[in-house]
Design a protein around this ligand. Sequence first.
Ligand SMILES: [Zn+2]
Length: 322
Amino acid sequence: MNTLYASIDLGGTNISAALAGGDGRILAEAKQPTQSHEGPLAVLERIAGMINALAAKSGARPAALGMGVPGLVDLANGVTKFLPNLPTHWRDVPVRATLEPKIGCPVFLLNDARAATLGELEFGRGRDSRTMILFTLGTGIGGGVVVDRQLRLGPLGAAGELGHQTILPDGPPCGCGSRGCLETLISGPAISAEGVRLLLNGNAPKLHEICEGNIAKVSPATMGAAARAGDANVATALQRAAEWLGIGTANLVTALHPDLIVLAGGVAELGDLLINPMRETIQRRVRMIPTHDLRIERSVLGDKAGLMGGIALAHRGGLKPS
Ligand SMILES: [Zn+2]
């Protein structure tokens, strides 16, 4: 029987778990609410229960667990340092030392956006790429950087915080403490806020119709539908967001000369509305190196990218901080 690996994608809302072979073929999967208000120990107990249930179901123990977590981790020791979206922020939670005796195999941690990058590198768009940038475009903006097929981590595993590069020097304040970060301009909530403004001031009749006047329904997806249905102001707002993402990407293209940009997360569902203005912006701003053959593509793994990255992480026996 082939060696099995386990993966966990820990999110603020849900925990996803999978068992798979080293080739990425998933044998069993599970999903449960995180219920993070119960605290780290209860969440880790739930994770151990999910892994053990999957192992019992498939009749084999995993050789290792790779786990993506939403924040900063001490890779060498398997300890979480700061998970901003979870209660208590999980400061200095010894995840590896807690989980290993409960599931009986080595545990390796990685930031979730870096895990998604590793998943896309091994099993998705990145299989035939050498130097790749991945953006996770959601409530926040995360990322990962691959150079010469190596996921780059830096001393803290924090390399790749692409959402916190400055785009507007005097722009809106950001959760990271700076201002005008890419995240403040093109996150799902940032794009939706502009949609709400346009809906309420009467400049987005199609968006009003699609959302039935309910601002809670304004999202990048409904704004994309409104733009395609002819709402010029919504189309302009999305174009501007895509150009900001293009500026951030152009900076990275100039610095790293990637052959592939992968867009993951809910905002990436805008597709061409995002990718076409991004491509034009990159061509306008990157003049030092050729960009005509730069691939800009949506993730093929979708919301499974992080989970697949966990399998790759377990299969590799963890990653060393650089
Ligand atoms: Zn920031």
